[in-house]
Design a binder for this molecule. Structure first.
Ligand SMILES: [Mg+2]
Length: 429
Protein backbone atom coordinates (compact mmCIF):
# COMPACT_ATOMS: atom_id res chain seq x y z
CA UNK A 1 0.00 0.00 0.00
CA UNK A 2 1.42 3.44 -0.84
CA UNK A 3 2.22 5.49 2.21
CA UNK A 4 -0.47 8.14 2.67
CA UNK A 5 0.30 11.77 2.05
CA UNK A 6 1.08 14.42 4.65
CA UNK A 7 0.44 18.06 3.78
CA UNK A 8 0.99 21.11 5.91
CA UNK A 9 -0.53 24.53 5.36
CA UNK A 10 1.32 27.48 6.86
CA UNK A 11 -0.90 30.54 7.04
CA UNK A 12 0.33 33.89 8.33
CA UNK A 13 -2.14 35.41 10.79
CA UNK A 14 -3.60 38.80 9.74
CA UNK A 15 -0.61 39.01 7.46
CA UNK A 16 -0.49 42.71 6.48
CA UNK A 17 -1.16 43.77 10.07
CA UNK A 18 1.54 41.40 11.33
CA UNK A 19 4.01 42.94 8.85
CA UNK A 20 3.20 46.42 10.12
CA UNK A 21 3.61 45.33 13.72
CA UNK A 22 7.01 43.88 12.94
CA UNK A 23 8.43 47.40 12.94
CA UNK A 24 5.88 48.86 15.36
CA UNK A 25 5.92 46.51 18.33
CA UNK A 26 4.05 49.19 20.29
CA UNK A 27 0.95 48.17 18.28
CA UNK A 28 0.92 44.63 19.70
CA UNK A 29 -2.51 44.05 21.27
CA UNK A 30 -3.92 47.29 19.78
CA UNK A 31 -6.53 47.45 17.03
CA UNK A 32 -4.94 47.95 13.60
CA UNK A 33 -6.34 47.94 10.06
CA UNK A 34 -4.63 48.15 6.68
CA UNK A 35 -6.35 50.02 3.85
CA UNK A 36 -6.11 49.20 0.16
CA UNK A 37 -4.25 51.28 -2.37
CA UNK A 38 -5.79 54.78 -2.41
CA UNK A 39 -7.07 54.11 1.12
CA UNK A 40 -10.40 52.79 -0.18
CA UNK A 41 -11.21 49.61 1.74
CA UNK A 42 -10.09 47.59 4.71
CA UNK A 43 -7.87 44.76 3.43
CA UNK A 44 -6.53 43.45 6.76
CA UNK A 45 -7.62 43.62 10.38
CA UNK A 46 -5.96 42.73 13.65
CA UNK A 47 -8.02 40.53 15.99
CA UNK A 48 -8.77 43.63 18.09
CA UNK A 49 -10.14 45.45 15.02
CA UNK A 50 -12.27 42.41 14.17
CA UNK A 51 -13.63 42.46 17.73
CA UNK A 52 -14.46 46.16 17.33
CA UNK A 53 -16.74 45.15 14.44
CA UNK A 54 -14.80 46.37 11.40
CA UNK A 55 -15.84 44.11 8.50
CA UNK A 56 -13.37 42.85 5.89
CA UNK A 57 -13.50 44.90 2.71
CA UNK A 58 -15.35 47.70 4.46
CA UNK A 59 -15.12 51.06 2.67
CA UNK A 60 -12.94 53.19 4.94
CA UNK A 61 -15.06 56.34 4.69
CA UNK A 62 -18.06 54.52 6.17
CA UNK A 63 -16.10 53.46 9.24
CA UNK A 64 -14.14 56.58 10.17
CA UNK A 65 -16.32 56.91 13.29
CA UNK A 66 -15.58 53.34 14.40
CA UNK A 67 -11.86 53.90 13.79
CA UNK A 68 -12.00 56.98 16.01
CA UNK A 69 -14.14 55.47 18.73
CA UNK A 70 -11.91 52.41 19.19
CA UNK A 71 -8.60 54.21 18.55
CA UNK A 72 -7.97 51.97 15.58
CA UNK A 73 -4.61 52.64 13.94
CA UNK A 74 -4.89 52.71 10.13
CA UNK A 75 -2.10 52.04 7.63
CA UNK A 76 -2.13 52.53 3.88
CA UNK A 77 -1.11 49.25 2.28
CA UNK A 78 2.67 48.95 1.95
CA UNK A 79 2.86 46.09 -0.56
CA UNK A 80 6.60 46.50 -0.98
CA UNK A 81 7.01 45.57 2.68
CA UNK A 82 4.48 42.70 2.59
CA UNK A 83 6.05 41.23 -0.54
CA UNK A 84 9.46 41.27 1.07
CA UNK A 85 8.28 39.62 4.30
CA UNK A 86 6.40 37.04 2.22
CA UNK A 87 9.58 36.19 0.28
CA UNK A 88 11.58 35.83 3.48
CA UNK A 89 8.96 33.52 4.95
CA UNK A 90 8.92 31.37 1.82
CA UNK A 91 12.68 31.09 1.72
CA UNK A 92 12.66 29.95 5.36
CA UNK A 93 9.98 27.35 4.55
CA UNK A 94 11.98 25.97 1.62
CA UNK A 95 14.66 24.97 4.13
CA UNK A 96 12.13 22.44 5.50
CA UNK A 97 11.48 20.89 2.09
CA UNK A 98 11.69 22.07 -1.52
CA UNK A 99 8.25 20.52 -2.06
CA UNK A 100 6.39 23.79 -1.57
CA UNK A 101 3.39 25.41 -3.23
CA UNK A 102 3.14 29.14 -2.71
CA UNK A 103 -0.61 29.41 -2.54
CA UNK A 104 -0.88 33.13 -1.85
CA UNK A 105 1.15 35.97 -0.39
CA UNK A 106 0.58 34.59 3.11
CA UNK A 107 -0.13 30.88 2.63
CA UNK A 108 2.04 27.97 1.52
CA UNK A 109 1.45 24.24 1.31
CA UNK A 110 4.33 21.84 1.93
CA UNK A 111 4.32 18.14 1.12
CA UNK A 112 6.10 16.61 4.11
CA UNK A 113 5.17 12.97 3.41
CA UNK A 114 8.83 11.98 3.25
CA UNK A 115 9.97 13.70 6.45
CA UNK A 116 10.60 11.49 9.49
CA UNK A 117 8.19 13.05 11.99
CA UNK A 118 6.57 11.26 14.89
CA UNK A 119 4.51 13.94 16.63
CA UNK A 120 3.11 16.22 13.92
CA UNK A 121 1.42 18.79 16.16
CA UNK A 122 4.62 19.15 18.15
CA UNK A 123 6.62 19.51 14.91
CA UNK A 124 4.14 22.19 13.74
CA UNK A 125 4.63 24.18 16.94
CA UNK A 126 8.37 24.04 16.29
CA UNK A 127 7.91 25.46 12.78
CA UNK A 128 5.68 28.17 14.19
CA UNK A 129 8.31 29.14 16.76
CA UNK A 130 11.00 29.21 14.10
CA UNK A 131 8.98 31.51 11.78
CA UNK A 132 8.24 33.74 14.75
CA UNK A 133 11.91 33.90 15.69
CA UNK A 134 13.40 34.40 12.22
CA UNK A 135 10.67 36.42 10.49
CA UNK A 136 8.63 37.76 13.39
CA UNK A 137 5.22 36.90 11.97
CA UNK A 138 2.74 34.63 13.80
CA UNK A 139 1.42 31.72 11.71
CA UNK A 140 -1.24 29.04 12.01
CA UNK A 141 -0.26 25.56 10.96
CA UNK A 142 -2.53 22.76 9.78
CA UNK A 143 -1.29 19.22 9.10
CA UNK A 144 -3.38 16.52 7.42
CA UNK A 145 -3.44 13.74 4.81
CA UNK A 146 -5.14 16.08 2.27
CA UNK A 147 -4.88 19.76 1.37
CA UNK A 148 -8.56 20.37 2.17
CA UNK A 149 -8.10 18.96 5.68
CA UNK A 150 -4.81 20.85 6.11
CA UNK A 151 -6.66 24.10 5.37
CA UNK A 152 -9.31 23.24 7.96
CA UNK A 153 -6.64 22.23 10.47
CA UNK A 154 -4.94 25.63 10.11
CA UNK A 155 -8.29 27.32 10.69
CA UNK A 156 -8.85 25.21 13.83
CA UNK A 157 -5.36 26.14 15.05
CA UNK A 158 -6.11 29.82 14.46
CA UNK A 159 -9.46 29.77 16.27
CA UNK A 160 -8.41 27.79 19.30
CA UNK A 161 -5.51 28.99 21.47
CA UNK A 162 -5.20 25.65 23.26
CA UNK A 163 -3.52 24.18 20.15
CA UNK A 164 -0.77 26.82 20.35
CA UNK A 165 -0.88 27.55 16.65
CA UNK A 166 -0.67 24.03 15.21
CA UNK A 167 -3.33 21.36 14.70
CA UNK A 168 -2.86 17.96 13.09
CA UNK A 169 -5.38 15.45 11.74
CA UNK A 170 -2.64 12.83 11.37
CA UNK A 171 -3.08 9.96 13.86
CA UNK A 172 -6.09 11.71 15.39
CA UNK A 173 -8.65 9.22 16.79
CA UNK A 174 -11.85 9.06 14.67
CA UNK A 175 -14.14 10.56 17.35
CA UNK A 176 -11.83 13.53 17.82
CA UNK A 177 -11.68 14.11 14.08
CA UNK A 178 -15.49 13.97 13.90
CA UNK A 179 -15.72 16.43 16.80
CA UNK A 180 -13.37 18.89 15.12
CA UNK A 181 -15.21 18.65 11.77
CA UNK A 182 -18.60 19.05 13.45
CA UNK A 183 -17.50 22.44 14.82
CA UNK A 184 -16.45 23.77 11.39
CA UNK A 185 -19.21 25.22 9.26
CA UNK A 186 -19.10 24.43 5.53
CA UNK A 187 -18.12 28.03 4.71
CA UNK A 188 -14.68 27.21 6.08
CA UNK A 189 -14.11 24.40 3.61
CA UNK A 190 -11.67 25.16 0.83
CA UNK A 191 -13.58 25.53 -2.42
CA UNK A 192 -17.09 25.77 -0.96
CA UNK A 193 -17.41 29.55 -1.09
CA UNK A 194 -20.44 31.77 -1.16
CA UNK A 195 -22.03 30.10 -4.20
CA UNK A 196 -21.95 26.49 -3.02
CA UNK A 197 -22.66 27.03 0.70
CA UNK A 198 -26.42 27.71 0.18
CA UNK A 199 -26.64 24.66 -2.13
CA UNK A 200 -25.23 22.46 0.62
CA UNK A 201 -27.30 24.06 3.34
CA UNK A 202 -30.49 23.43 1.42
CA UNK A 203 -29.37 19.78 1.27
CA UNK A 204 -29.15 19.81 5.09
CA UNK A 205 -25.35 19.87 5.09
CA UNK A 206 -24.01 22.65 7.29
CA UNK A 207 -20.75 21.35 8.77
CA UNK A 208 -17.53 19.81 7.49
CA UNK A 209 -18.59 16.55 9.13
CA UNK A 210 -21.89 16.67 7.23
CA UNK A 211 -20.06 17.08 3.93
CA UNK A 212 -17.60 14.31 4.78
CA UNK A 213 -20.56 11.97 5.28
CA UNK A 214 -22.45 13.04 2.16
CA UNK A 215 -22.71 10.30 -0.47
CA UNK A 216 -20.01 11.00 -3.08
CA UNK A 217 -22.55 10.57 -5.93
CA UNK A 218 -24.79 13.20 -4.35
CA UNK A 219 -21.84 15.56 -3.82
CA UNK A 220 -21.05 15.19 -7.51
CA UNK A 221 -24.65 15.91 -8.52
CA UNK A 222 -24.63 19.06 -6.40
CA UNK A 223 -21.16 20.41 -7.12
CA UNK A 224 -19.67 18.48 -10.02
CA UNK A 225 -16.56 16.33 -9.88
CA UNK A 226 -15.00 18.89 -7.54
CA UNK A 227 -17.72 18.05 -4.97
CA UNK A 228 -16.89 14.36 -5.04
CA UNK A 229 -13.20 15.22 -4.57
CA UNK A 230 -14.01 17.42 -1.59
CA UNK A 231 -15.73 14.51 0.15
CA UNK A 232 -12.77 12.20 -0.55
CA UNK A 233 -10.33 14.82 0.71
CA UNK A 234 -12.36 15.34 3.91
CA UNK A 235 -12.32 11.58 4.46
CA UNK A 236 -8.54 11.75 4.44
CA UNK A 237 -7.48 10.69 0.94
CA UNK A 238 -5.60 13.26 -1.12
CA UNK A 239 -7.05 14.16 -4.52
CA UNK A 240 -5.05 17.36 -4.94
CA UNK A 241 -1.28 17.38 -5.14
CA UNK A 242 0.98 20.38 -4.86
CA UNK A 243 0.80 22.54 -7.97
CA UNK A 244 3.28 24.88 -9.56
CA UNK A 245 6.23 23.80 -7.48
CA UNK A 246 8.55 26.74 -7.97
CA UNK A 247 7.13 27.36 -11.43
CA UNK A 248 8.54 30.55 -12.92
CA UNK A 249 6.07 33.34 -13.71
CA UNK A 250 3.99 32.88 -16.87
CA UNK A 251 3.38 36.56 -17.19
CA UNK A 252 4.35 39.64 -15.30
CA UNK A 253 1.99 42.53 -14.78
CA UNK A 254 2.39 45.77 -12.87
CA UNK A 255 -0.45 48.24 -12.69
CA UNK A 256 -1.50 51.20 -10.59
CA UNK A 257 -4.55 53.34 -10.12
CA UNK A 258 -3.37 56.96 -10.14
CA UNK A 259 -3.60 59.18 -7.06
CA UNK A 260 -5.74 61.44 -9.26
CA UNK A 261 -6.95 61.15 -12.84
CA UNK A 262 -4.63 62.87 -15.30
CA UNK A 263 -4.49 64.05 -18.92
CA UNK A 264 -0.79 64.80 -18.70
CA UNK A 265 1.43 62.85 -21.12
CA UNK A 266 4.39 63.23 -18.74
CA UNK A 267 2.43 61.58 -15.93
CA UNK A 268 1.64 58.60 -18.15
CA UNK A 269 5.25 58.32 -19.28
CA UNK A 270 6.44 58.40 -15.68
CA UNK A 271 3.94 55.67 -14.80
CA UNK A 272 5.13 53.53 -17.73
CA UNK A 273 8.75 54.05 -16.71
CA UNK A 274 8.10 53.04 -13.11
CA UNK A 275 5.92 50.00 -13.87
CA UNK A 276 8.36 48.84 -16.55
CA UNK A 277 11.34 49.29 -14.21
CA UNK A 278 9.77 47.06 -11.58
CA UNK A 279 8.47 44.45 -13.99
CA UNK A 280 11.78 44.26 -15.89
CA UNK A 281 13.66 43.89 -12.62
CA UNK A 282 11.44 40.91 -11.80
CA UNK A 283 12.22 39.45 -15.24
CA UNK A 284 15.94 39.74 -14.64
CA UNK A 285 15.81 38.39 -11.13
CA UNK A 286 14.03 35.29 -12.45
CA UNK A 287 16.47 35.14 -15.40
CA UNK A 288 13.68 35.55 -17.94
CA UNK A 289 13.22 37.43 -21.18
CA UNK A 290 9.89 38.73 -22.51
CA UNK A 291 8.86 37.92 -26.07
CA UNK A 292 5.85 40.24 -25.95
CA UNK A 293 5.47 43.46 -24.00
CA UNK A 294 2.46 45.70 -23.68
CA UNK A 295 0.63 48.39 -21.82
CA UNK A 296 -2.96 49.22 -21.00
CA UNK A 297 -4.59 52.30 -19.62
CA UNK A 298 -8.16 53.31 -18.95
CA UNK A 299 -10.38 56.10 -17.74
CA UNK A 300 -12.44 55.73 -14.55
CA UNK A 301 -15.01 53.00 -15.17
CA UNK A 302 -17.42 54.70 -12.75
CA UNK A 303 -17.48 57.86 -14.85
CA UNK A 304 -19.30 58.37 -18.16
CA UNK A 305 -17.36 57.71 -21.36
CA UNK A 306 -15.27 54.91 -19.88
CA UNK A 307 -12.54 53.79 -22.29
CA UNK A 308 -9.69 51.35 -22.22
CA UNK A 309 -6.68 50.99 -24.52
CA UNK A 310 -4.32 48.04 -24.85
CA UNK A 311 -1.24 47.88 -27.07
CA UNK A 312 1.23 45.04 -27.52
CA UNK A 313 4.60 44.70 -29.13
CA UNK A 314 6.05 41.48 -30.45
CA UNK A 315 9.77 41.76 -29.72
CA UNK A 316 12.07 40.77 -32.58
CA UNK A 317 14.43 39.62 -29.86
CA UNK A 318 13.19 38.73 -26.36
CA UNK A 319 14.36 41.30 -23.84
CA UNK A 320 14.60 42.30 -20.20
CA UNK A 321 16.27 45.63 -20.86
CA UNK A 322 14.42 48.34 -18.94
CA UNK A 323 15.57 51.17 -21.21
CA UNK A 324 14.49 49.46 -24.40
CA UNK A 325 11.14 48.46 -22.90
CA UNK A 326 10.38 51.97 -21.64
CA UNK A 327 11.15 53.63 -24.97
CA UNK A 328 9.06 51.14 -26.97
CA UNK A 329 6.07 51.45 -24.63
CA UNK A 330 6.23 55.24 -24.53
CA UNK A 331 6.21 55.25 -28.33
CA UNK A 332 3.13 52.98 -28.28
CA UNK A 333 1.41 55.36 -25.89
CA UNK A 334 1.91 58.09 -28.51
CA UNK A 335 -0.31 56.14 -30.92
CA UNK A 336 -3.49 56.68 -28.93
CA UNK A 337 -2.74 59.30 -26.28
CA UNK A 338 -5.05 62.31 -26.25
CA UNK A 339 -4.98 65.26 -23.87
CA UNK A 340 -8.80 65.19 -23.90
CA UNK A 341 -8.91 61.97 -21.87
CA UNK A 342 -8.68 61.65 -18.10
CA UNK A 343 -6.54 58.58 -17.49
CA UNK A 344 -7.25 56.70 -14.28
CA UNK A 345 -5.04 53.63 -14.31
CA UNK A 346 -2.08 52.24 -16.21
CA UNK A 347 -0.41 48.87 -16.40
CA UNK A 348 2.55 47.27 -18.09
CA UNK A 349 2.67 43.55 -18.88
CA UNK A 350 5.11 41.02 -20.28
CA UNK A 351 4.44 37.54 -21.56
CA UNK A 352 5.89 34.85 -23.82
CA UNK A 353 8.56 34.56 -21.17
CA UNK A 354 11.61 32.44 -21.92
CA UNK A 355 14.63 31.66 -19.79
CA UNK A 356 17.71 33.72 -20.63
CA UNK A 357 19.58 30.50 -21.22
CA UNK A 358 17.22 29.59 -24.09
CA UNK A 359 18.28 32.58 -26.17
CA UNK A 360 21.78 31.28 -26.77
CA UNK A 361 20.52 27.98 -28.09
CA UNK A 362 17.80 29.48 -30.23
CA UNK A 363 19.39 32.20 -32.27
CA UNK A 364 17.16 33.34 -35.10
CA UNK A 365 17.95 35.58 -38.03
CA UNK A 366 17.11 38.88 -36.38
CA UNK A 367 18.45 38.06 -32.97
CA UNK A 368 21.82 39.71 -32.60
CA UNK A 369 23.57 38.20 -29.61
CA UNK A 370 25.82 41.20 -29.52
CA UNK A 371 23.01 43.62 -28.85
CA UNK A 372 21.61 41.24 -26.29
CA UNK A 373 24.93 40.99 -24.46
CA UNK A 374 25.37 44.73 -24.36
CA UNK A 375 21.86 45.23 -22.95
CA UNK A 376 22.55 42.51 -20.39
CA UNK A 377 25.74 44.07 -19.10
CA UNK A 378 24.12 47.51 -18.96
CA UNK A 379 21.21 46.20 -16.87
CA UNK A 380 23.53 44.17 -14.68
CA UNK A 381 25.43 47.35 -13.85
CA UNK A 382 22.15 49.11 -12.93
CA UNK A 383 21.03 46.19 -10.77
CA UNK A 384 24.41 45.91 -9.06
CA UNK A 385 24.45 49.58 -8.15
CA UNK A 386 20.89 49.44 -6.84
CA UNK A 387 21.63 46.26 -4.91
CA UNK A 388 24.63 47.86 -3.30
CA UNK A 389 23.39 51.39 -2.63
CA UNK A 390 19.65 50.84 -2.26
CA UNK A 391 16.81 50.34 -4.71
CA UNK A 392 16.12 53.29 -7.00
CA UNK A 393 19.62 54.81 -6.57
CA UNK A 394 19.96 54.98 -10.32
CA UNK A 395 16.91 55.03 -12.53
CA UNK A 396 15.61 56.14 -15.87
CA UNK A 397 14.92 59.87 -16.12
CA UNK A 398 11.36 59.21 -17.31
CA UNK A 399 10.49 57.74 -13.91
CA UNK A 400 10.66 61.19 -12.34
CA UNK A 401 8.75 63.17 -14.94
CA UNK A 402 5.72 63.43 -12.78
CA UNK A 403 4.39 61.92 -9.56
CA UNK A 404 0.61 62.25 -10.09
CA UNK A 405 0.56 58.59 -11.10
CA UNK A 406 1.60 57.57 -7.61
CA UNK A 407 -1.31 56.28 -5.57
CA UNK A 408 -2.32 58.10 -2.43
CA UNK A 409 -0.85 56.42 0.61
CA UNK A 410 -1.53 58.94 3.32
CA UNK A 411 -0.59 56.76 6.25
CA UNK A 412 1.78 54.20 4.74
CA UNK A 413 4.47 52.86 7.01
CA UNK A 414 8.09 53.52 6.01
CA UNK A 415 9.71 51.22 3.45
CA UNK A 416 11.73 49.59 6.23
CA UNK A 417 13.21 46.84 4.12
CA UNK A 418 13.67 48.51 0.74
CA UNK A 419 14.82 52.11 1.33
CA UNK A 420 18.03 52.88 3.17
CA UNK A 421 16.64 56.20 4.34
CA UNK A 422 13.65 54.48 5.95
CA UNK A 423 15.44 51.70 7.74
CA UNK A 424 14.30 51.47 11.37
CA UNK A 425 16.73 52.65 14.05
CA UNK A 426 17.18 51.03 17.40
CA UNK A 427 18.56 52.95 20.35
CA UNK A 428 19.93 51.40 23.48
CA UNK A 429 19.52 53.68 26.44
MG1 LIG B 1 -3.60 34.50 6.45
Amino acid sequence: MPKSKVFVLIDCNNFFVSCERLFRPDLEGKPVVVLSSNDGCVVARSNEAKAAGVPMGAPAFKHRETFKKHNIVTFSANFELYGDISKRTISLLTTITPRIEIYSVDESFLDISALPITDYAEWGRGVRASVLQHIGVPVSIGIAPSKTLAKLAAEIAKQNDTYQGAFSFIDLPEEQKADALRRMSIEHIWGVGRKLAPVLRSEGVSTALGLMNLRPQRAQQLMGIHGRQMVTELQGTACYQLTREHAPAKQILRSRTFGEDTSHAYALEAAIANMATRAAYQLRSERLLAGRIGLFTNTDRHKPGYRRWTREIQMPMPTNDTGQIISLLVKKLGEFYSDKQKYHQLGVFFYDLTPESALQTDILGDVTPDMHDRAQSRMKAVDDINQRYGRGKIYFAAQELNTIWQPRRKTASPRYVSKWGEIPEARIA
